[in-house]
Design a protein around this ligand. Structure first.
Ligand code: 4AD
Ligand code: MG
Length: 466
C-alpha cells in the first residue's frame, strides 16, 4: 500500500499504532549489537523522531550507509516509546537512503559548533537545532506581522528597492549602475554622465520605503511595507547588517501619540504571538543559551512602556555619569544616543522598554515634524532591553513651507524629491509612521546575541558569501 509522508511534528502527536512514512536528515545514529537508534529531523519541529531498527544482515547493510547528515526515508509502525523523552517512535520496516553524507567531510560533524564557525558554513547551519529554531521563529514572526496589519485594515504596499532618493539623508547607499566602471562616460564638467546609466540618473538600493510609504498613506489611509533595506554603513556591530528587513507602517491622521500607541501595541502583539505559537523553539533557546529569555519576553508583554522626552533622558544619563557610571561616549544635549546609553535607560534606570521622543532636529531626518521650540522634532525611538533601538519613527512634517525650508537647510537636492513634496502641496494631512528592524525584533525574541545569527545569509562589511 502506498502511504504518504507525515511530518515529524505531526508524527509526535499521532497515536501509536499507525503505519507511517517519515523523511528527513539524520541527527545521530547509535545502538548496540541487536538494535540501532536513529534520531531523525525534518525541520518541521525542533524535536526528532526516534527510529528503531532491528539489526539483521539486510538492515546492517543499509545502516552502514547512514551517518549524521544523511537523508533517509523510513517506513514502519508508530509505537509507544519505552525510552524517556518522546511518546512515540518508529519501528522501521523499510529504510531508503536518499543521500549519504561523508562523515569525514560533513562540516557539521566538527566539534566546533561556535556561532563564529557556523557563520562560515551558513549554507548548512539551518540543519542545526539552533538555526532551525531561529528560522522557524523568523517565519512565524513574518506571518504575525502581516496578520496584525491585515486585521487592522492596513494595505500592504510594495515600495521600490531601487531609488534615486536618500530617505534618511545619511548618504549610506549602495549605488546601482550598469555603467562600465573601467570606462565611465563623462559630461562637460568632467564628472560621470549618469544620463548614460540604466535609469538615466544616479540610483541606489533603498535605505527605507518610507517616502513612497507616505504616498500610499496619503491615499489609502493606512499602509505598511515589509521588505529588504540596504545600508552601506561600515558598522561592524552585533546589531547592524548591510541588508536587513524592515516593517514600515505609515498612517494618515495619526499624531505622535497615536504612533507611539500603535508601535507599543504592535510589538507587544508580536512578542505575545511568539510566546503562544513558537513555544518549543523559544523554550529550547531559553534552556540552551539564555535562561532569562522567556521572563524577558513576558516582561515586555505585561508592562507599560515608559514615554520619555530626550531632554529628560539626557538629564538621567548625565546624573548617572556624575554618580560614577562610565560611558564610552560623552552625554550632552544634542548628542546622538549610543546603544550603551539606550541600554542604560532601559535596563538599569527604568527596567522596561522606553519610547524616547522630542529629539534634537539636527540628529534626525529631514521629514520629521518640527516642534514649536525650533530645536526638537516629533521623533520617537523605541528602546529595548539587550537591543537598544528597535523602532525609529516620527510624526511627519505636513507643512509645505517648513518641509522645503528643512530640505534646503540640510543642503539636500529638492529635484529628486518633488514627487514627495507633492504630498504636502496637494491635500497635505497630518500623518505618522515608524520602522521596525525585523532582525532587531528577532534578536529580542530569540535571545541571540549577534544579528548575523537571525538572518539566513547575513550581508555585512567584507561578507557576501552564499
Ligand atoms: O531608525 P531608522 O533609520 O528609521 C527609518 O529608516 C525610518 N524611515 C523608519 C520610518 O519612520 N518609516 O531605521 C528603523 C529601524 C531601526 O530602529 C532599527 O531597528 C533598524 O531599522 N535598522 C537596522 N537593522 C539592522 N541593521 C541596520 N544597519 C539597521 N539600521 C536600522
Ligand atoms: Mg533610527
Amino acid at each position: 500500500m502506498e502511504i504518504i509522508r507525515t511530518k515529524v511534528k505531526d508524527l509526535l502527536t499521532t497515536e501509536a499504532g499507525a503505519e507511517v512514512l517519515a523523511k528527513g536528515w539524520v541527527r545521530t545514529k547509535r545502538g548496540n549489537k541487536e538494535i540501532a537508534f536513529i534520531a531523525l529531523n525534518d525541520g518541521s519541529t525542533i524535536k526528532n523522531i526516534q527510529i528503531v531498527v532491528d539489526k539483521t544482515p539486510e538492515t546492517e547493510a543499509v545502516l552502514s550507509r547512514i551517518s549524521t547528515g544523511s537523508c533517509i526515508g523510513v517506513r514502519g509502525r508508530l509505537v509507544e516509546s519505552v525510552g524517556s523523552g518522546q511518546a512515540v517512535e518508529i519501528r522501521a520496516s523499510e529504510i531508503s537512503v536518499f543521500g549519504e553524507c561523508d562523515p569525514v567531510r560533513y562540516p557539521l560533524q566538527k566539534k566546533d559548533t561556535s556561532f563564529e564557525y557556523l557563520r562560515t558554513v551558513a549554507h548548512l547551519r539551518p540543519r542545526t537545532n539552533t538555526f532551525g529554531a531561529v528560522l522557524r521563529l523568523r517565519s512565524q514572526m513574518a506571518f504575525a506581522i502581516h496578520e496584525y496589519f491585515h486585521s487592522k485594515g492596513f494595505v500592504y504596499l510594495h515600495t521600490p528597492l531601487i531609488t534615486a532618493a536618500d530617505a534618511e539623508g545619511a548618504g549610506q547607499m549602495f549605488q546601482v549602475t550598469t555603467l562600465d566602471l573601467e570606462k565611465l562616460p563623462k559630461n562637460k564638467k568632467g564628472t560621470t554622465d549618469y544620463s548614460k546609466d540604466f535609469f538615466g540618473k544616479q540610483t541606489s538600493l533603498t535605505v527605507s520605503g518610507q517616502l513612497e510609504g507616505e504616498l500610499g498613506a496619503t491615499a489609502l489611509g493606512e499602509i505598511y511595507t515589509f521588505g529588504p533595506t540596504f545600508r552601506a554603513e561600515n558598522s561592524n556591530t552585533p546589531r547592524h547588517l548591510a541588508e536587513f528587513w524592515m516593517i514600515e507602517p505609515e498612517m494618515a491622521f495619526y499624531d505622535i501619540t497615536d504612533n507611539m500607541d500603535l508601535a507599543e501595541d504592535f510589538i507587544k502583539h508580536l512578542v505575545r504571538y511568539a510566546l503562544e505559537n513558537c513555544r518549543e523553539d523559544i523554550q529550547f533557546l531559553n534552556d540552551r543559551y539564555d535562561n532569562e529569555l522567556i521572563e524577558r519576553l513576558e516582561g515586555v508583554v505585561g508592562t507599560e512602556f515608559v514615554r520619555l522626552e530626550y531632554t529628560e533622558g539626557i538629564r538621567i544619563l548625565q546624573e548617572a555619569a556624575a554618580s560614577g557610571v562610565s560611558f564610552e561616549y560623552p552625554v550632552y544635549w544634542g548628542a546622538d544616543l549610543q546603544s550603551e546609553h539606550e541600554r542604560y535607560l532601559v535596563e538599569k534606570h527604568f527596567g522596561k522598554p522606553v519610547i524616547l521622543t522630542g529629539y534634537p532636529k539636527d540628529i534626525k531626518a529631514f521629514y520629521m515634524k518640527q516642534n514649536e521650540d525650533g530645536k526638537t522634532v516629533r521623533a520617537m525611538d523605541v528602546l529595548f532591553p539587550k537591543i537598544g533601538e528597535i523602532i525609529g519613527g516620527s510624526e511627519r512634517e505636513a507643512d509645505l513651507g517648513k518641509l522645503e525650508a528643512r530640505i534646503d537647510e540640510l543642503g539636500m537636492s529638492r529635484r529628486n524629491l518633488e514627487w514627495y513634496i507633492d504630498t504636502r502641496r496637494f491635500g497635505s494631512c497630518p500623518h505618522s509612521g515608524f520602522g521596525l528592524g525585523f532582525e532587531r525584533l528577532l534578536l529580542f525574541v530569540t535571545g541571540m546575541q549577534n544579528i548575523r545569527d537571525v538572518i539566513p545569509f547575513p550581508r555585512t562589511p567584507k561578507n557576501a558569501e552564499f
